[in-house]
Ligand binder design. Structure first.
Ligand SMILES: [Zn+2]
Ligand SMILES: [Zn+2]
Length: 281
C-alpha cells in the first residue's frame, strides 16, 4: 500500500509563493493498494492534477472514490477531474452517506443562475454508487476499509485501511475533545487508530488557537499527537492545514509538534503533510 498527497489544505485552496512546500490544494489522497487498485479519498482541488496524472498513465481510469463528507473543500475539485468526462472511465463511489447527493448537487445546473454548465447526468464516465460503507466494512482486493464517524458539523467518516499487517488511518475534519460527543467517547478514536503504521489527522489549529474555535470541527496538533501516542501509532501526519499558514509557519508547527513528542519520550515520527509526497507502507 502506498499513500500520496495531492491536496493537504483545509477550507479553501491557497496557491502562491507562500505555499509551495506544503501545498495549496484542498484535500485529495491517492492510496495505491498492493494489487495496483487505486482508491482516491476526497475530491478537493488536488484531484484535478491527479486526474491528469491518471489519464497520462492509463487509457482507462478505474478508481474507487471515497468521500469523507461533502464540505466544499472536499468535493469541488470533481468538476475538473477529467476522467469523469471520459466514457472509458469507471468510477465507483462510496463514503459518507450524503456523498452522492453532494456530488450530484455540485453539477446542478438549475441552481441560482447556473454554477456549472454540465449536468451530472451528462457525465460520460461509468459512475456507480456502491453504498457499502454505511452498512459496514468493505473488502477491496483483500484490503479491509472501515469507518469511524467524525466529530464535525454535518458529520463525516474517517477511514482505516488494513492490508496484511500494514494499516493506515485517515481522519480529517475531526474535533478531538475530552468530552463524550453524541455517545462517542474520545477513546473510541484511540481504539480505531490502535497500532496503525500511519495516522493522518486533522491538525488545522495550534493549541493556542483551539480554545476560541471549539465547535468548528477541527483539532489542534497537540490533540492529534495525544491521540497518536495513546494509540501507539508509528507515524503521525498532520493534515488539513489552515489556509492562513505559510510554509514557514507550517515548518514551525511541524517542529513544535516534534518537540512535544520528544518531550514525552515518544518514538513517534511526526510530519506535516506536503502536497506531492508519498509514503509507502
Ligand atoms: Zn475540510
Ligand atoms: Zn468539513
Amino acid at each position: 500500500m502506498e499513500c500520496k498527497f495531492w491536496g493537504t489544505r483545509g477550507s479553501i485552496a491557497v496557491p502562491g509563493k507562500d505555499t509551495t512546500v506544503y501545498g495549496g490544494n484542498t484535500t485529495c489522497l491517492e492510496i495505491t493498494l498492493e494489487s495496483g487498485r487505486k482508491v482516491i479519498i476526497d475530491a478537493g482541488t488536488g484531484i484535478r492534477a491527479l486526474g491528469e496524472h491518471l489519464l497520462a498513465q492509463e487509457k482507462r481510469v478505474d478508481i474507487l472514490l471515497l468521500l469523507t463528507h461533502i464540505h466544499w473543500d472536499h468535493v469541488l475539485g470533481v468538476l475538473f477531474f477529467r476522467p469523469i468526462f471520459e466514457p472509458a472511465s469507471k468510477i465507483s463511489i462510496d463514503g459518507f452517506p450524503t456523498c452522492m447527493r453532494g456530488l450530484t448537487s455540485i453539477f446542478a445546473t438549475k441552481r441560482g443562475d447556473g454554477f456549472f454548465p454540465v449536468k451530472f447526468e451528462d457525465l460520460k464516465a461509468q459512475i456507480q454508487y456502491l453504498d457499502t460503507l454505511r452498512h459496514g466494512p468493505m473488502d477491496v482486493d483483500g484490503v479491509i476499509i472501515d469507518t469511524v464517524p467524525l466529530h464535525h458539523p454535518q458529520g463525516g467518516y474517517g477511514f482505516r485501511f488494513r492490508e496484511g499487517k500494514k494499516s493506515l488511518v485517515f481522519i480529517t475534519d475531526n474535533e478531538l475533545t475530552e468530552d463524550v460527543w453524541k455517545g462517542r467517547h474520545p477513546d473510541d478514536y484511540v481504539e480505531f487508530c490502535k497500532d496503525v503504521d500511519i495516522l493522518i489527522h486533522d491538525a488545522q489549529f495550534t493549541p493556542e488557537e483551539v480554545g476560541e474555535r471549539r465547535g468548528w470541527g477541527h483539532s489542534d496538533y497537540g490533540a492529534a499527537l495525544e491521540l497518536a501516542q495513546k494509540a501507539y501509532v508509528k507515524r503521525l501526519i498532520l493534515f488539513h492545514h489552515d489556509p492562513s499558514r505559510t510554509d514557514q509557519k507550517l515548518a514551525s508547527i511541524e517542529a513544535k509538534c516534534r518537540d512535544l513528542a520528544a518531550g514525552n519520550n515518544s518514538q513517534i515520527e511526526v510530519v506535516a503533510a506536503r502536497e506531492g509526497t508519498q509514503f509507502p507502507l
